[in-house]
Ligand binder design. Sequence first.
Ligand code: GLN
Ligand code: ZN
Length: 769
Amino acid sequence: MTSTSAAAAARATVHGYPRQGRNRELKKAVEGYWKGRVTAGALHRTAAELRRENWRQLAEAGVHEVPTGDFSYYDHVLDTSVMVGAVPARHRAAVAADALDGYFAMARGTQEVAPLEMTKWFDTNYHYLVPELGPDAVFTTHSAKQVTELKEALALGLAARPVVLGPVTYLLLAKPAPGAAPGFAPLTLLDRLLPVYAEVLADLRAAGAAWVQLDEPALVQDRTPAELNAVARAYRELGGLTDRPKLLVASYFDRLGEALPVLAKAPVEGLALDFTRSAAANLDDLAAVGGLPGKRLVAGVVDGRNVWTNDLEKSLATLGTLLGLAGRVDVAPSCSLLHVPLDVTAERDIDPQVLRWLAFARQKAHEVVTLAKGLAHGTGAIAAELAANRAGLASRGGSALTRDPAVRARAAAVTDAATHRSQPYAERAAAQRAHLGLPLLPVTTIGSFPQTTGLRTARADLRAGRIGSAAYEELVEAEIREVVSFQEKAGLDVLVHGEAERNDMVQYFAEQLTGYLATRHGWVQSYGTRYVRPPVLAGDVFRPAPMTVRWTRYARSLTRRPVKGMLTGPVTMLAWSFVRDDQPLADTACQVALALRDEVHDLEAAGTPVIQVDEPALREALPLRAADRPAYVAWATEAFRLATSGVRPDTQIHTHMCYAEFGDVLAAIDALDADVISLEAARSHMQVAAELAAAGYPREVGPGVYDIHSPRVPAVAEVTELLRTALTAVPADRLWVNPDCGLKTRTWPEVRAALDHLVQAARILREEL
Ligand code: GLN
Ligand code: ZN
């Protein structure tokens, strides 16, 4: 095909669409089913209606081929486990008794059995259920969900393309089942899995699928030669089948790199590539393999991970280049639209000027259609859209929200000295010891205390105008009094105010900083029926007034013990928001860091001797490819230091992260130069402490000794034992005693008992030391 006919054939498609519905109908139906208020039949009907509505929206926008099978009651990786019959032994009885209840048992567990483990889907905030596969895994074909959903779309007269998680990514996402030999790699099951995929493909073809998309996002990560061989084998085998639809292998979230030549050579009819992240690398690599002659290239030029309107002219330029590199070029978002909210027109509180900068899923569907039209019929065919797009981009670029000269001048003037403490760790540690006068093994918490319904109701009342801010603040102060007096009585050494005033650790700050926007309906699935509404970091960030000082100061007025100030760090403020795409992340992080630096300064001036800056997202924001990590670690840790280095030597900076596996961020943790770090460790038996010690980490550490994810209260003996283990790795004068994370999800009785046990354990060990 010549490039003109490749252009004429250009079509628009998407990889997936938000599942929840306009008013989160899916959440309500699924949770209603769990509570016994919604029947299985009603749940199925709601789901079918939501799928139909999604396809209707896509078709109305002009999308030529809609995805099917991307819908899920809980998670598409779990759906894939069901599709290939990979049900762990402990869930088989439940699945046999009732497929739907068994499905939810795998997702959420029951009184009797634990659920599958849940973890983050690549570098997104979506969580999937981790397949468990052992060496004796037997796969069986269950294609009904895929087939049914395809038929539903075909019955509406739509061109539809089933989207299935690819076999290699599926196995790479799996973890060895309990009892598997150490080092067992689920990828070794590939030959057993492929026949099931062959059957699924045959079933989909029989049901009318012309194309099937196999998603292989794991191929944008660094892969070993053996893994790449598995990819080649998988697609040689699937491509070699006679009874199959055309195959589109989809990648997203980063460049394909060394997997690109492997897939380009494979006997499949199409590839989908991400041209929003690492666009240049994908373009170069594509040219280097001689393009994809005769194949379909689905070009992800519209960012499926962010909420900004596309730069249509820039995308058309990319698409123009791609025309010479493939038999047919289709236009798509970079990945499933699952990761963005549904519809910007639902937003009523955002300034209309700003609203036109934003594109959620529904708007992105229009964008890919416009681009396909422009590609097929020339820019003349989309002149009006281009003009509106240009005007929108210009208004964003020239807006006072996105460009605050004072913020920019300050960021430009940041010196190296501003990102380093004035004294090396050893010297300031001595100053802090003298200043704080803490006992050995000081006991503290991570910040939040139980969020009572009274508080949540009060916040809702405040928002709705049912109570005034004075009444609300009164309630928060009462809560702080209770939290402080409890901690004093319980015998904690460094107190917190309890974070009663915070709805969420990012949103609370976003609401007070310029540059951030809040959405009303911008829900995005985090996992299962849990949805979050990430704030939109749209403009230059500035702190008009102190954000937390009032509450910390109040707590301090109630006690003579040191009170710790609590802030959310710059990386986490970015990672759990939609970030601006018109400047490097590092620049945005620097602005947020400066705002936090002001807050740190004000906290210190208000007499706060310990300030904790949480960075739970430091690891999850790591780039997918190792080659990109050093640059990330450099700006991320510099932003943290910029936020925290302005303090006196005797002010102690803490940080907190909630994960126990942090091998890949060890260097980053060191580069934060925080005086004390608290980490999750209770469930992994203090492994964190051992790893830090082995790496020669020189500062103070609080490996969590209370697993706050569970209602279980650890006994004194258990905590003492964990601390003894920690003491084998960390010297006593550098060990802290604290829970794994904040206490906001726990109940007061649990918290009272657990913290009492922590204090007792610390006292027992102090006696011995
Ligand atoms: N300071 C926060 C809290 O205690 C930390 C939360 C987190 O690490 N996710 O709730
Ligand atoms: Zn945490």
